[in-house]
Design a protein around this ligand. Structure first.
Ligand code: HSE
Length: 431
């Protein structure tokens, strides 16, 4: 049997999908028992050579050509963005076609609406490539761990920022050169500020949390911070304390609430996530029956992402071929968990307080901490810098973020402070 798919968006990932399907066609046919073919491609530019074979594929510029083609059962949306892609996905589902997308921004902004259209039309929407590129994490959560209850997710889910942090720390590149290279390698978003400021990781976290906890996330209460303010000095001080700084997406589920945040985080150098470098992504899950499990692989780039898209296409081709009973609940938010505001989170913190050399400074600072219920676990005072400033590094015990922020706001008004205090979260991940 043959199943036809139509591809909208013939960019880097689209070309990767066409290449994979053509190079592995025979193997895929043997494994799935189905001949999967891309019969149409739609893009605004149908002239440019992408270096892949498109023989026999009808190329055009209007996505309605795919919607109106009765022989196409699956639409692959790789346009990106939240405007045209939104129309394409909804109209494809309404036209009774299954949809595969890699579009995390779209799912984050309009996921519930789009899934509503999918359920109404009894069609499937698959999105494996939207989170962590080539790592089959959506399948793990929804299939392999269908019977388990996930409590905690720690993820390195943005390849660009992991690449930049690795190059800055391991190879002493500057930020701009590392970003430029990540762009050249095709990891970064068209607008790389989405990578840098943590927005892309937040989109992925929202998707992961919805799927893992079957709950709607309240986007207003997700705390997001990117890598824009990471200074190499803090990477070095963290190292002295036994930590490495990674941009983490974190989701924790309590009995009736969720805590969702993206920020640079100090994690122990000995834990598995610490050794995940360059564009590699990693997800660490904690679930009731399995316990801790790790999933590591390339999170960006044409080929890794294409494997996830093709996995979804293959699943849907099987669906077209064998047609199981439609299950509307696979990704649905049937749990009512509240997303708590970041100010109520508790965490350990790293602080670099930059002062002048004066007697009594430590006493002044620790008094303010004490007044805000913040307990110190260690202090490290560094040598006087040539500009006469002294960095003092504090690690706190668990404290409420609201209290910590209030204390830092007061500390930063003191005349002994030379530079705004630097604050990072600390997560003592054990394995
Ligand atoms: N810009 C994204 C990243 C691409 O760097 O991870 C994959 O989603």
């Amino acid at each position: 049997m043959k199943v036809n798919a139509g591809l909208v968006g013939f960019g880097t990932i689209g070309a990767g999908v066409v290449r994979l399907l053509s190079e592995h066609a025979e193997m895929l046919k043997l494994r799935s028992g189905i001949e999967i073919s891309i019969s149409r491609i739609v893009d605004i530019d149908i002239e440019r050579d992408r270096g892949v074979k498109t023989d026999g594929i009808i190329m055009s510029k209007d996505y309605n050509d795919i919607l109106n083609d009765k022989d196409i059962d699956i639409v692959i949306e790789l346009v990106g963005g939240t405007t045209i892609a939104y129309d394409i996905v909804k109209k494809s589902l309404a036209a009774k076609k299954h949809v595969v997308t890699a579009n995390k921004a779209l799912l984050y902004a309009h996921g519930e609406d789009i899934f509503g259209v999918a359920v109404k039309n009894k069609r499937h929407l698959r999105f494996e490539a939207s989170v962590a590129g080539g790592i089959p994490i959506i399948k793990v959560i929804t299939e392999s761990l269908a019977g388990d209850r996930i409590r905690t997710i720690y993820g390195i889910v943005n390849g660009t920022t992991n690449f930049i942090l690795t190059k800055m720390y391991d190879e002493k590149w500057d930020f701009a050169s590392a970003l430029k290279k990540a762009q050249e390698l095709g990891f970064a978003e068209l607008d790389p500020s989405l990578d840098i400021n943590g927005g892309d990781a937040t989109h992925k976290l929202g998707i992961l949390a919805t799927v893992a906890f079957n709950a709607s996330v309240d986007r207003r209460n997700i705390s997001t911070n990117g890598i824009q303010n990471i200074d190499i000095r803090d990477m070095l001080y963290a190292n002295e304390l036994g930590y490495i700084i990674k941009l983490l997406a974190i989701a924790k589920q309590g009995n009736s609430h969720m805590e969702l945040r993206v920020h640079p985080t100090l994690i122990p150098k000995k834990c598995s996530l610490a050794s995940v470098a360059n564009e590699y992504n990693a997800i660490r899950l904690e679930s009731d029956f399995l316990g801790v499990s790790h999933y590591i692989g390339k999170g960006a780039g044409a080929n890794p992402t294409a494997t996830a898209v093709v996995s979804d296409i293959t699943d849907l081709a099987m669906e077209v071929r064998h047609g199981k009973e439609y299950n509307p609940n696979r990704y649905s938010p049937f749990n009512q968990y509240r997303t708590i505001r970041y100010t109520d989170f508790e965490s350990r913190f790293y602080l670099r307080i930059n002062t002048y050399e004066r007697p009594g400074i430590l006493a002044t600072i620790t008094k303010i901490f004490g007044e805000h219920n913040i307990s110190i676990s260690s202090v490290m005072q560094k040598e006087v810098h040539p500009d006469q400033s002294i960095p003092i590094i504090f690690l706190t015990h668990r404290a409420r973020e609201k209290d910590l922020r209030e204390a830092v706001a007061i500390i930063d008004t003191l005349d002994i402070i030379r530079e705004k205090t630097v604050v990072f979260h600390v997560e003592d991940i054990l394995s």
